[in-house]
Design a protein around this ligand. Structure first.
Ligand code: ADP
Ligand code: MG
Length: 549
């Protein structure tokens, strides 16, 4: 007889339930999401023993008809999507139709709901319906879950202390409470109120309820839309150090973990010792983000991660770092006041200079070949003519982008150096070298080891402009990456920066032309790997307006 047999439905259901529901906190999270999806304006949560003994969520949402309530506890029963394509358009928190079914499987479950027409109460124990009754309650739904994992002792043992579980639940209530600021949330544990958030009209007011001091003094509002991607939230000032964690990330109002974006934020702040304080909601067309990665729905992935990361860096630099501190007690500069003529404001001269990167739009490639005209400004910027005006390109970041993309794609091969660079590395630098050597070789560098700690660099990505000093700094900078030094793209950024032509270096016409041509052959010619703009555009229209034509 064969060894493989199909699992019974009972075992299958328990396994599936364990993926969605891992602890009291996941019960609370799923029930809050359902209440929000049901458009509740008030959500009352009660727990006992951190939720291990009891989790209860009561809302004033749209409730359910009896027929729906009975279906709701079945697996894959949902009112939120009907076919696979709908996942691409998802705007609700739920869509998998698994939460209630999973909770029912592993607890004593008591649901009471009313849609304003009929009221129903259903009792379920370990997945088995024990009773269906009429109920009289106002519109809304109340779900009580007791004895979580009573029939899965292994899971129950895995739970931590009541204190620990309570902290997780409180944090979850806060996370949803912050972003749904117009909903009243309370969390009570045996008569002790742990969270009480009254409904308010703005995110700022909600944030202030929880973090009164920091918001007023140190957070800067970000409200920025670029190419249909909205960044909405608050970020701490560049140099502000906040000891506590205030890091909330949402995508389309869904709280998410997204390490790549955390890293982007850290990098934009130039890797400070403390994580900057922020609350960010990224609103984007649901088809551009995959939420169906894990049953817990806390992980999402953007279709074009790099693009979103670049836009975010650009938005923070432009709108957070460039903004004066929110509390500005400084007196106006008397000179500025006296020279003010009252006719024009400075802002009127400031146009929207950076070209947003839109992968769908056509790049406007400079008409270099036709005109052959370039001008290098202060040996740092290149001016070139385009069809609709002119552009100014920062030569260093442009070159950085070119090298970065080409080393990552592996389209550049190492170029053998006529005069290999020999370096005696410090013990620290030598350790970094041994750790990152495989990555560096992939990026087109070649090494020979000489005697102890002396390394000879034989080959560099073609087109690199480096000297001994650059290479010595190079290992220091890679060291600053910490754990990220094993990541090819991170090392590539450092390499690109060191190998790129510097500001202040004179370029010939041919070099400028080649730089511009290569730049516009890049996937993203507008933002450097660290998030700085590369190109500033001046359209003929802008110029005409300024000259009053
Ligand atoms: P999902 O949220 O993924 O649809 P759930 O198992 O969490 O799956 O819920 C199943 C269905 O039950 C939902 O689609 C919704 O129609 C209904 N439901 C659950 N909770 C509530 C609630 N608090 N108010 C109204 N309807 C609810
Ligand atoms: Mg749900």
């Amino acid at each position: 007889m064969g060894k493989i047999k199909l699992l019974t439905p009972e075992v299958r259901n328990k396994i599936a339930a364990g993926e969605v529901i891992t602890r009291p906190n996941s019960v609370i999270k799923e029930l809050i999401e359902n209440s929000l999806d049901a458009k509740a304006r008030r959500i009352e949560i009660e727990i006992e023993e951190g939720g291990k003994k009891k989790c209860l969520v009561n809302d004033n949402g749209i409730g359910m008809a009896r027929e729906d309530a009975l279906l709701a506890i079945e697996r894959y029963a949902t009112s939120k999507i009907s076919d696979v394509e709908d996942i691409e358009k998802i705007r609700s928190y739920g869509f998998r139709g698994e939460a209630l079914a999973s909770i029912c499987q592993v607890s004593f479950f008591d649901l009471e709901t009313s849609n304003g027409i009929e009221g129903t109460r259903i009792e379920v124990s370990g997945g088995e319906v024990k009773g269906i009754f009429d109920s009289h309650r106002p519109m809304g739904t109340r779900i009580k879950v007791t004895g979580l994992f009573f029939n899965l002792p292994a899971r129950q043992k895995f739970l931590k202390s009541a204190d620990w579980e309570r902290r997780l639940v409180s944090e979850t209530v806060r996370v949803y409470g912050l972003i749904s600021f117009n909903v009243n949330f309370t969390l009570v544990e045996t008569d002790r109120t742990l969270v009480n958030l009254s409904a308010v009209t703005t995110l700022e007011k909600r944030l202030k309820l929880i973090y009164p001091k920091i918001v007023t003094d140190h957070l800067i509002k970000l409200d920025q839309t670029t190419n249909n991607v909205i960044f909405n939230g608050y970020f701490s000032q560049r140099d502000f150090q906040y000891r506590h964690a205030l890091n909330y990330l949402y995508v389309n109002f869904r709280p998410v973990r997204y390490p790549r974006l955390y890293r982007t934020i850290m990098e934009t702040y130039e890797n400070p010792k403390n994580v900057p304080a922020f609350l960010l909601n990224i609103v984007i067309d649901p088809s551009q983000v995959d939420v169906n990665i894990h049953p817990g729905k806390t992980e999402v992935r953007f279709r074009d991660e790099r693009y979103i990361a670049d836009l975010l860096t650009q938005a923070i630099k432009k709108h957070v770092f460039n903004r004066p501190s929110p509390v500005d007690y400084s007196f106006p500069d008397p000179k500025a006041v006296t020279s003010f003529t009252g006719t024009v404001r400075r802002e009127e001269f400031v146009q929207e200079p950076v070209i947003a990167y839109d992968p769908a739009s056509q790049k406007e490639i400079p008409t270099t070949r036709e005109s052959g005209v370039f001008w290098q400004l202060h040996n740092t910027y290149i001016l070139a003519q385009t069809k609709s005006g002119m552009i100014m390109v920062d030569q260093h970041v442009a070159h950085e982008r070119i090298i970065y993309e080409s080393v990552l794609k592996g389209t550049v091969h190492g170029q053998r150096l006529l005069f290999p660079i020999s370096l005696e590395l410090t013990p620290e630098a030598y350790e970094i070298y041994t750790k990152t050597k495989p990555v560096l070789e992939e990026l087109g560098m070649e090494f020979k080891e000489f005697s102890a700690r002396t390394v000879i660099i034989d080959s560099l990505p073609s087109d690199a402009r480096v000297n001994r000093e650059d290479i010595a700094n190079f290992f220091d900078e890679i060291g600053n990456l910490g754990d990220l030094m094993k990541e090819k793209s991170e090392v590539a950024k450092v390499l690109a920066c060191k190998a790129a032509v510097k500001a202040g270096e004179r370029l010939s016409i041919v070099e400028m032309q080649s730089l511009i041509d290569q730049l516009f052959a890049c996937e993203n010619p507008y933002i450097c790997p660290h998030g700085r703009p590369i190109v500033i555009k001046f359209s003929l229209e802008d110029l005409a307006t300024r000259f009053g034509r």
